[in-house]
Design a protein around this ligand. Sequence first.
Ligand code: SF4
Ligand code: SF4
Length: 73
Amino acid sequence: MDKNRCNGCGKCKEVCAKGEKIWKINNKLAHVSNLEFCHACMLCQMKCKKNAITINRPWIDKKYQKTENNNII
Ligand code: SF4
Ligand code: SF4
């Protein structure tokens, strides 16, 4: 979360299937309260118009790296 970019619009919470459990919007700023419920679907990142969210999915990145090197299992 880039707090300098977030304007507290609440879209991340709105689109997230677990929004109530993960996101809190306070003082025009989004806060991640519990990532245990996140399944890394990327919806919040895609819908954030301020590009304030980055979801890391190391298992996917690893797969892409293998693809680029033609080492797909
Ligand atoms: S969608 Fe982006 S700008 Fe809007 S509250 Fe969430 S993180 Fe902040
Ligand atoms: S990536 Fe996580 S926090 Fe974002 S919308 Fe999906 S489940 Fe919610």
